[in-house]
Write a protein that binds this ligand. Structure first.
Ligand SMILES: CCCCCCCC/C=C\CCCCCCCCCC(=O)SCCNC(=O)CCNC(=O)[C@H](O)C(C)(C)COP(=O)(O)OP(=O)(O)OC[C@H]1O[C@@H](n2cnc3c(N)ncnc32)[C@H](O)[C@@H]1OP(=O)(O)O
Ligand code: FAD
Length: 660
């Protein structure tokens, strides 16, 4: 063990195991988590050459082979449910979500479960759950991802044959991006525009076979392939798909909510947005993905910052650990705090999701708009912060952060698309804003608001300027966040109205106000996260040493947000210049207080080395010797003299020398 890391751990004010239990739901679940992770990490069948040293084809093949073994072993070991899979599959076996079966489990199966009738489930779900067929979720097209109503692929009902005719009318209508489509899937859930008797009914889901179950060749009329290399996701065959008048039976439309009768009669769903249910589910889960990826990057950068010694703080003294530089703490600790904040927010989001789904299943769709607004806002906020945080962690590791040996580039490449997929972040924040504007106007009309928007009922009066307040008090901070969100919603609503009064129609007024609207929706989401973090600490079951350190983190998270967005808090005089100055001082004091606990706080995320896959973030801190070992494994080091020397460099050098 590196002596610096040992010293850090010995000096912590709490036992990290207590936080591990808090984060993962108690000792039994932690035991299960560790068992599943180590089962995957120590399985010789899952060992292979570092993916960073492989070509894309090799990565795909390796991940496909592993995916198949994962399925077989999951069955053997009785591993089931999303939590088990998160530990065994995503963290343990893959260290990623982008394997060639990723879309089968994350979207294809959930869509069948959520959108198919009982008869359709009997027909397909068992086959899909048992991997007799592999599917994906094919919605996005080359020309349209965000604008679902603009999809071009058509499903035209023919009552004579009781079939749908699937067709891609234009190049831009080509399905583009669906994961696991290019080479792996033989089925997909296709989102296509439903046409009956020449009338459009909007996007609907259809179950479509795209490849032969005999030889895996594309079925007649289907053109399908891989979209080529991307920023990351090398092991995934994101694909393209086109249809040339492909016919499928009527009951291949997923008809849990809307139906087409044999004669072509369309039966409306209780809400047309129920067809978008899988997206809402995945958005709710992405908050957890964002929190975990940020936590991994912060773990690596924090441990490494205790091992790394650089420069002279005091002349003649030994080089300090870089984490002792307050600027380094300022880079890392706010993201450490954010990772905790989003872990708690993710748990809250998942339970809101399941609670809402229970009601929706019982036929109460009134909860859908709030679920959509909350999941859209939290998905966007968490993935934005995650992206900024991972990049900050990379830079905080200096040059070594840029190397794949740090593990950070892979974490970034694997998770950065969360800001884009499942709904582009700005677009989703505007969805949240739409709900806020509606709620606000209901409240202005005297309706009582409930749930996450109840606070919009009235903007709190601005306190008397110069009043002293303790900005370290979590209740004061929650009220400040609440006030800021309510005010920004109120002002965005006023601005929207002003734009309309100035003659703009509603869409132009909305566009003109959209920067304010995104700001308001972001503030609303941040308020939820801060309030939820503080509420988690109020639980009497939380151990006192844990409560102490997490309270500091919660204060840091909230204060950092105040300082970073100080204009919002100052603008209407709710906070004063003195408050902001105090907030800055408190941040410094909190960082000093958290410094001795930093390593224990990242240890408490409980990521073993096999999951972090990082030389810099090793638990034992033996970074330097392993860096060299890792580099020696690079394919370029297989021989002392690379063959290209003989082909190119040698004649070039010889010719140059001959000229002299
Ligand atoms: C405990 C277990 C822990 C386990 C942890 C595991 C960790 C794993 C975590 C995560 C797994 C991640 C796996 C990742 C793999 C994913 C790969 C990516 C897959 C994809 O990207 S699929 C494609 C996704 N595409 C999109 O998201 C498209 C985005 N666009 C839209 O959703 C919509 O078109 C829109 C939101 C932009 C709406 O457009 P608009 O034209 O305005 O809206 P209309 O359609 O007219 O709607 C009008 C009305 O409806 C409301 N509305 C819109 N959408 C919804 C909805 N989904 N639900 C409810 N309501 C909706 C809209 O707001 C309007 O309301 P209003 O009229 O104002 O009242
Ligand atoms: C790694 C990865 C995996 C994916 N997997 C799948 C999959 O399995 N299945 C699938 O169907 N799709 C998948 N997608 C596609 C993904 O869902 C879309 O890329 C995403 O929904 C964004 O849509 P877009 O690409 O059309 O972006 P665009 O909408 O074209 O966005 C471009 C820019 O325009 C802005 N913009 C667009 N509309 C508005 C608006 N109304 N108001 C303000 N600004 C706007 C956006 O904010 C953004 O800045 C995947 C994408 C990636 C990157």
């Amino acid at each position: 063990m590196n002596p610096d890391l040992k010293k850090e751990r010995d000096g912590a004010s709490f036992d990290p195991e207590k936080i591990v239990n808090l984060l993962y739901g108690g000792p039994d679940r932690v035991k299960r988590k560790r068992k599943l992770e180590s089962l995957a990490l120590n399985d010789p069948d899952f060992q292979h050459e570092d993916l960073n040293f492989m070509s894309r084809e090799q990565q795909y093949e390796t991940q496909l082979k592993k995916s198949i073994m994962v399925v077989q072993k999951q069955e053997k070991h009785g591993i089931m449910g999303p939590e088990d899979s998160a530990h065994y599959v995503y963290n343990g076996a893959f260290k990623a979500m982008a394997g060639p079966f990723g879309l089968h489990t994350s979207m294809f199966l959930p869509t069948l479960r959520g959108q198919a009738t009982d008869e359709q489930k009997d027909k397909w779900l068992k086959m899909a759950e048992n991997y007799a067929i592999i599917g994906t979720y094919a919605q996005t097209e080359m020309g349209h991802g965000t604008f679902l109503r603009g999809l071009e692929t058509t499903a035209t009902y023919d009552p004579h044959t009781q079939e749908f005719d699937l067709h891609t009318p234009t190049p831009t209508g080509t399905k583009w991006w669906p994961g696991c489509l290019g080479k792996t899937s033989n089925y997909c859930v296709l989102m296509a525009q439903l046409y009956i008797h020449g009338k459009s009914y909007g996007p609907h889901p259809f179950m479509v076979q795209i490849r032969s179950l005999e030889d895996h060749k594309p079925l007649p009329g289907v053109t399908v392939g891989d979209i080529g290399p991307k920023f990351g996701y090398a092991g995934n065959d994101n694909g393209f798909l086109r249809f040339d008048h492909v016919r499928i039976p009527r009951d291949n439309m997923l008809m849990k909510y809307s139906r087409v009768e044999p004669d072509g009669t369309y039966v409306k769903p209780p809400s047309s947005k129920l067809a978008y249910g899988t997206m809402v589910q995945v958005r709710s889960f992405i908050v957890s993905e964002a929190a975990e990826s940020l936590a991994k990057a912060v773990t690596i950068a924090t441990r490494y910052s205790c091992v790394r010694r650089q420069s002279e703080m005091k002349p003649g003294h030994p080089e300090p650990q870089v984490l002792d530089y307050v600027t380094q703490q300022y880079k890392l600790f706010p993201y450490l705090a954010a990772a905790y904040a989003f872990m708690f927010a993710a748990r809250a989001m998942v339970s809101v999701y399941f609670r809402s789904m229970e009601r929706i299943t019982r036929g109460d769709i009134t909860v859908l708009p709030e679920l959509h607004a909350l999941s859209s806002g939290l998905k966007s906020l968490s993935s934005w912060v995650m992206n900024a945080g991972i990049e900050e962690c990379r830079m905080a590791c200096g040059g070594h952060g840029y190397s794949h040996a740090s593990g950070i580039p892979s974490i970034y490449a694997e998770h950065t698309p969360a800001a884009t997929y499942e709904g582009e972040n700005t677009v989703l924040m505007l969805q949240t804003a739409r709900y806020l504007m509606k709620s606000y106007s209901q409240s202005v009309q005297g309706e009582k608001l409930a749930g996450s928007v109840a606070y919009l009922a009235g903007v709190q009066p601005v306190p008397v300027a110069g009043r002293t307040r303790d900005v370290l008090d979590l209740q004061v901070l929650i009220e400040a966040y609440q006030h800021r969100a309510a005010r920004l919603v109120h002002e965005a609503a006023l601005q929207l109205r002003k734009e309309q009064q100035a003659g703009k129609d509603q869409p132009d007024a909305w566009n003109a106000t959209s920067v304010d609207l995104v700001k308001a929706a972001t503030a609303h989401s941040q308020y939820f996260v801060v309030k939820n973090f503080a509420a988690r600490l109020a639980d009497p079951a939380v151990d006192s040493s844990v409560r102490a350190v997490l309270t500091s983190l919660c204060q840091l998270h909230a204060l950092h947000g105040v300082v970073n967005n100080s204009g919002d808090f100052l603008e209407d005089g709710y906070m004063t210049g003195t408050d902001i100055r105090q907030a800055r001082r408190h941040i410094n004091a909190l960082m000093a207080k958290l410094r001795p606990d930093a390593v224990a706080l990242v240890d408490a995320f409980d990521y073993p080395d096999g999951i972090l896959n990082s030389i810099l973030g090793r638990y034992d801190g033996n970074v330097y010797e392993h860096l060299l070992e890792w580099a020696k494994a690079s394919p370029l080091n297989k021989t002392d003299v690379h063959q290209s020397y003989h082909k190119y460099l040698k004649p070039f050098l010889q010719a140059n020398r001959a000229k002299l």
